[in-house]
Design a protein around this ligand. Structure first.
Ligand SMILES: NC(=O)c1ccc[n+]([C@@H]2O[C@H](COP(=O)([O-])OP(=O)(O)OC[C@H]3O[C@@H](n4cnc5c(N)ncnc54)[C@H](OP(=O)(O)O)[C@@H]3O)[C@@H](O)[C@H]2O)c1
Length: 317
């Protein structure tokens, strides 16, 4: 009998999967071991995981044949796609289908699928509330993930659907997201969120919550589990940034129409995303419980806690 349950982790070299891999590796008394899937087994992040005890396995979501050996013999799998690498919802759907099929073939006992809402269930394509993008989507990087839920459900896979939140880490590395100096020289956080709350989370905590789900055994199978570190308005985010940076950051409530014209990749998609979160605050916040997130991950960070560790890394354009 083996002494560990093997978890195949897609995206182990990235933020979400990396958080899960590090959470498992940091708990030597735990019953799980890490099989990290990557296209680049020799990369720095893959080597760092290997040095901590992870098994590194080459796999590419765009080459389904590589997933068969990668999923073989595992007890659980963490599945995530990276829309921002290619900006193609169709490719994301195909990647999710390939992972679901590989998990089915391997008889995986528990799959966590990192998903988001299909905004078209609230804003039908024919609605003029926000423009349709790429012909078939309202929020392309959300819609394909939500649509892909059926790839796991349809195959009868024992799946937990993990609804993630806006990473506060976007203020560090996501083009266009950090505070920028406005005309008067004042740092300005521009979001089309009105006075509504944005569920946010430290990216590292996503994987830690996923670890809590795995430790729950079958408890969360078949459930949608939404996670967030805090639900904060744009004003509250700006106040937190001001306290941490020691200089004023003001919140600017730009309209989605203006945000769509911003000059960074994905601005239209993100404008629709923020508008969706703004217009359906009760649905979006209601699906993401901070209390449950803390039960899954007792070290869950607040925005202030995350800022204390990361304020020097925030990009100030
Ligand atoms: N930014 C946010 O606020 C936010 C919030 C919620 C959800 N999300 C979603 O999070 C997803 C990205 O997750 P992340 O932030 O963890 O990603 P990340 O840090 O950018 O890393 C991407 C990971 O995906 C792996 N990967 C990408 N394409 C692959 C392929 N074809 N085959 C195998 N592995 C592949 C990469 O592995 P290798 O390069 O090593 O192969 C890497 O580990 C996006 O789809 C985004 O929509 C983001």
């Amino acid at each position: 009998m083996k002494d560990h349950n093997i978890v195949a982790i897609v995206g182990a070299t990235g933020a979400q999967g990396g958080g899960l891999a590090r959470a498992i590796l940091a708990d030597p008394a735990g019953v799980f071991s890490v099989r990290a899937l990557t296209r680049h087994p020799d990369s720095g992040p893959a080597r760092a995981l290997a040095a901590r005890g992870a098994d590194i396995v080459a796999a590419d979501l765009d080459r389904a044949e590589t997933l068969k050996p990668a999923f073989a013999g595992v007890d659980a799998a963490f599945c995530v796609t990276n829309f921002w690498e290619h900006h193609s919802p169709e490719r994301e759907l195909a990647q999710a289908a390939a992972m679901a099929q590989a998990a089915k073939n391997a008889g995986v006992a528990h799959v966590i699928w990192s998903t988001l809402e299909d905004a078209r269930l609230w804003v039908p394509l024919e609605s003029g509330q926000m423009p349709t993008l790429m012909g078939h989507y309202k929020v392309p990087h959300f819609d394909a993930k939500g649509e892909a839920n059926s790839e796991f459900i349809g195959r009868g896979l024992p799946t937990t659907f993990l609804l993630t939140s806006f990473y506060w880490d976007n203020f560090i590395g996501f083009p266009g997201m950090g505070p920028r100096r406005g005309g008067g020289g004042v740092l300005t956080l521009s979001l089309p969120m009105g006075d509504k709350k944005l569920p946010g989370i430290a990216a590292e905590d996503i994987g830690r919550c996923a670890y809590g789900i795995l430790r729950g055994g079958q408890r969360y199978v078949g459930q949608m589990v939404g996670i967030a570190g805090e639900h904060l308005t744009g004003k509250q985010l700006a106040s937190g940034l001001s306290r941490a940076l020691g200089q004023t950051v003001q919140y600017e409530d730009v309209s989605p129409e203006v945000y769509r014209t911003f000059d960074f990749p994905g601005a239209q998609d993100l404008a629709n995303m923020f508008q969706f979160k703004r217009d359906f605050q009760d649905v979006f916040c209601g699906a993401r419980s901070v209390e449950l997130s803390r039960q899954l991950n007792p070290s869950l960070q607040t925005f202030d806690r995350w800022l204390a560790d990361n304020k020097t890394r925030i990009s100030l354009d």
